[in-house]
Design a protein around this ligand. Sequence first.
Ligand code: CA2
Length: 145
Amino acid sequence: MTSILILNGPNLNLLGTRQPEVYGATSLSDIEQNCANWSAKSGCPVTFAQSNHEGALIDHIHAARNVRDGIILNAGAYTHTSIALMDAISSVGIPTIELHLSNVHAREDYRHVSYIAKVAIGIICGFGPQGYIMALEAIKSHVED
Ligand code: CA2
């Protein structure tokens, strides 16, 4: 069964507390529960993690090497700045989907740049919490088909 790491970057631990007009009212733990429900239904093991620290996110990616079949990465603002995260994804060679709750392309110009996109198999953005389930289905199909 396809084993998947879902990794969330800076400030996403505060989801549901502020800016509901941009990010919605759902908390990260609600999203984690939705993903756990999907895992139980699909039989695919899913691990969920969040960190506000770039190096800790890189450590999670390295730890997934030879352990996880796919990564779903909402790198938050590090998406737009982090060559180190891009290199980490490349170095482990695990198929990775870039994910965002908001449609970053409809927002500020600086959110149109993504280092993660250069090494991702695809991008899902703008669908809110449902995007996590879409990404789980997509990575499962990508790995198993
Ligand atoms: O839309 C997304 O998922 C983002 O990755 C969210 C990041 C943003 O920097 C990216 O451009 C797009 C920001 C996450 C901030 O989360 C908050 C949570 C609660 C209150 C305010 C911000």
